[in-house]
Structures are given as structure tokens and as C-alpha cells.
Design a protein around this ligand. Structure first.
Ligand SMILES: Cc1cc2nc3c(=O)[nH]c(=O)nc-3n(C[C@H](O)[C@H](O)[C@H](O)COP(=O)(O)OP(=O)(O)OC[C@H]3O[C@@H](n4cnc5c(N)ncnc54)[C@H](O)[C@@H]3O)c2cc1C
Length: 385
């Protein structure tokens, strides 16, 4: 590598096997898997991950198996469970705490009916609990009359930033060259590979993987892609009563569908407070212009849901933060080859539910990049501009 100290620009003329733009949980997973297989990997991020400007921050993420969105995700999440445990062993970090999980709503709601469909189709361990049974098992949950809960024992909590750090550390250990604070401004495919221009230099790679989360459209110039970036707010509350009942040993992760189409979810208290949020119904935005401050009305809105569904968590607000979903029109993932360039891949818009799958997606993308068939059914995740 030659460095022009005068302009601080680097020119790395060597040909990398794979360049990755974006080192959040998806890019981190892809970088780790490819580096582990011996590929010469270079990765770029516009910030220093883990950071709080994209989609992979906020302490925790839910991992669950009885996947209400579609049964096709179940084998992928099962593989992801094993791979997260493998990353724990390799890194020595604690990344996954299995607390059990419960999906709560009317029996015919998308959440409950969808979770049951996946559980039955894949023979997953689960129980259906009435509102009274659920209240007896987890006293802090306050299901409304007519609601039921689909209980699954394997669900739990991923430590979000620790997962990203562990992926990137391990990728580096396997030889990946990762370049934080180096935004990719432009890329171009030619006969021999991809040329990549960043804020600091020019690089070349045989293959290029775009994992840019909410910025993904900016890396697909000239293409009409139907991604919608959605602002989401996370809140941490102090329990108002019976704090011990929110301990991970006593409180599962919980998802709710209520008032027809509203979704709400919460975590046990692992020390920072009880984290809760709505799923979707956020305003459309962009990664560069999103309002990062949280309005009092947004806290009031989530408090109203807390008082109904999780009243013991209705204590002092400790913190709120803004995070970004990048939604596809059907809310399924987008993992596919670029339609015009056979050596360019997109693996990132995950519609607000992708974190748990990241290591399995890393494996799938590594397979595709190496010219192997995908090990999972990716039929729902194709290019659909
Ligand atoms: C509030 C919230 C709650 C969620 N809850 C869950 C959950 O419980 N369970 C679950 O499974 N999923 C959940 N998700 C979804 C999950 O977190 C995301 O699908 C996942 O984090 C997306 O990862 P990513 O790597 O695609 O994006 P990001 O983490 O945002 O990474 C993209 C990276 O690309 C970089 N980048 C962008 N443009 C450039 C450029 N030009 N040059 C260099 N770098 C660039 C950015 O800096 C960023 O680091 C949630 C998401 C949010 C926002």
C-alpha cells in the first residue's frame, strides 16, 4: 500500500477478494465469515462501529425461533443460534442470554397466528397460554381479556454492541482489514473487478458486498430501490414496582399485538432498566436527516402502552434513543446479487428484524460470493425494484 502523506490519501492497488461497505451487524458477519474462510477481505465504515447512528445499537436485540413473519426464517434463526454461541466461544464474550419469549395478542392476530404457524410447521417446543395463565407465570405482563400468549423457551436477548464488537474483532483476527471512519463515496464495476473510492483512497476488489443499512440506497446510484427508512425510538424505564420480577430469570422477552395492528415489545431488565418500544409506525426519514431528539409526546405514547400492558414498568424514564429501520415493501429481507453486476451483492435492508440472523446471513453471503448455492431458501429475499 502506498500512502500519499501530502493529501493523506491511500492507494491500495492490490486486488482484495471481497470489499464490504458497512460494518454494522450484517457487514461484520459477512467480514468475519469470509475472513474465517481465508478470503482477503477489506471493509469500510463511515463511523467506528459499534456506533449509534445506524441500526445495530441500543444494548439489546430479541432473538426468537417461532417466527411470526414467516416459517421460512426458522432454519435460518436456528443456524444463527448456533453461530452466536460459536462467536461467544471464539471471543470469550457473553452475547446471548436465553430468557424464553412470549408473543401476545388475539388468537387470530398476525403475531400469535404467525408464531403458531412457524412453531407447528417446524415442530418447535411451545405452549399456548391464556391471559390468566400468562399473568400467573409472568406477573409483570398484563394481557387483556381475549389475548393469548405463544410461549417459546429458546428465545432471548442478544447484547447488540457486544455482538458487533466481537464480530469485528474476530474478523480482524482472521486477517480482515477493517477501515472505520472511511466512508465509501463511489464504486464502479469494470472488466476485472470493482474500483472503490473512499474519503481516504482508492481500492480494488473482485467482489463487493453492500451492507450499508439505512444508507444502502445512496450506494445504488441510478437505481430505483423501494427501501423506506423508518425512525424508531427505544426507551428504558425504571420499574415502578417489583423490580426483581423484571430480572432475566423471571421475565422473558415479550412481543405484543394490540389495538388491531399495533406492535409493542419489551425486554427483561439487565441493569439498564426495562427497555420497551413500538415496532413500526415511525415516521419516514433518511439516515442523514433523521431527528435524533425524542419528543415528550413520544414518551407519553409509549407510557400509555406500558400502563396497559406492562404497568409495573411505568417508573422513571432513564433514557431514550433513536434507531433506524430500513424496510422493504413486504418487510422481508433483501439479500441478492446486483441485477447489472454479477460480482456486487446487497445484504442489508432487514426491515427491523434482521439482527438475530446476522451470522447466518454472513454464511449465506459468503456462500454466494464463493459461487456456492445458498444453504437456505432465499426466495423471499430477492431483488424487487
Ligand atoms: C429500534 C430497533 C430495534 C430492533 N430490534 C430488533 C430485534 O429485537 N431483533 C432483531 O433481530 N432485529 C432488530 N432490529 C433490526 C436490526 O437491528 C437491524 O436489521 C440490523 O441491526 C441492521 O444491521 P445493518 O448492518 O444492516 O445496519 P447498520 O448497523 O446500520 O450498519 C450499516 C453500516 O453501514 C455504514 N455505512 C453506511 N454507508 C456507508 C458508506 N457510504 N461508507 C461506509 N460505511 C457506510 C454505517 O455507518 C453503518 O455502520 C431492530 C432495529 C432497530 C432500529
Amino acid at each position: 500500500m502506498a500512502a500519499d502523506e501530502g493529501t493523506r490519501r491511500h492507494s491500495d492497488c492490490s486486488l482484495h477478494d471481497v470489499a464490504i461497505v458497512g460494518l454494522g451487524v450484517m457487514g461484520g458477519a459477512v467480514a468475519l465469515e469470509l475472513a474465517r474462510r481465508g478470503a482477503r477481505v477489506i471493509g469500510f465504515d463511515r463511523f467506528t462501529p459499534p456506533h449509534r447512528w445506524g441500526s445495530s445499537h441500543g444494548d439489546t436485540r430479541i432473538i426468537r425461533e417461532a417466527y411470526f413473519e414467516h416459517p421460512v426464517y426458522v432454519p435460518m434463526v436456528q443456524r444463527a443460534f448456533a453461530l452466536w454461541r460459536g462467536l461467544e466461544r471464539a471471543s470469550g464474550a457473553v452475547l446471548l442470554q436465553q430468557t424464553g419469549g412470549v408473543m401476545i395478542g388475539e388468537p387470530d392476530s398476525a403475531l400469535v397466528a404467525g408464531a403458531l404457524r412457524s412453531a407447528r410447521q417446524h415442530g418447535l417446543q411451545h405452549e399456548v397460554l391464556s391471559a390468566d395463565e400468562l399473568r400467573a407465570r409472568v406477573p409483570v405482563l398484563n394481557p387483556e381479556p381475549g389475548m393469548v400468549g405463544v410461549w417459546e423457551p429458546r428465545a432471548g436477548v442478544l447484547a447488540a454492541e457486544a455482538c458487533v464488537s466481537a464480530q469485528l474483532d474476530q474478523a480482524r483476527r482472521h486477517g480482515a482489514s477493517l477501515r472505520p471512519d472511511e466512508p465509501v463515496s463511489h464504486w464502479q464495476a469494470d472488466g476485472t473487478g470493482i474500483g472503490i473510492d473512499t474519503a481516504h483512497g482508492h481500492y480494488r476488489a473482485r467482489q463487493f458486498v453492500i451492507c450499508a443499512g439505512a444508507w444502502v440506497a445512496s450506494l445504488l446510484p441510478g437505481m430505483t430501490v423501494p427501501f423506506r427508512v423508518e425512525r424508531q425510538v427505544l426507551h428504558w424505564f425504571e420499574p415502578a414496582a417489583d423490580a426483581g420480577a423484571f430480572a432475566p430469570q423471571r421475565c422473558p422477552v415479550h412481543l405484543w399485538q394490540f389495538d388491531g395492528g399495533r406492535f409493542f415489545y419489551g425486554f427483561p431488565d439487565q441493569g439498564a432498566g426495562v427497555k420497551v418500544a413500538f415496532h413500526h409506525r415511525g415516521e419516514s426519514t433518511s439516515a442523514d436527516t433523521v431527528a435524533r431528539e425524542v419528543a415528550a409526546s413520544e414518551v407519553d405514547d409509549v407510557r400509555r402502552a406500558l400502563r396497559r400492558l406492562l404497568p409495573a414498568a411505568d417508573g422513571r424514564l432513564r433514557a431514550s434513543t433513536v434507531c433506524l429501520y430500513t424496510n422493504t415493501p413486504d418487510e422481508h429481507f433483501w439479500i441478492d446479487r446486483h441485477p447489472a453486476h454479477g460480482n456486487v451483492w446487497v445484504a442489508s435492508p432487514c426491515s427491523g428484524h434482521g439482527f438475530k440472523f446476522a451470522p447466518a446471513i454472513g454464511e449465506v453471503v459468503a456462500d454466494l460470493v464463493e459461487g456456492r448455492p445458498a444453504r437456505f431458501d432465499l426466495g423471499l429475499f430477492g431483488w424487487r425494484a
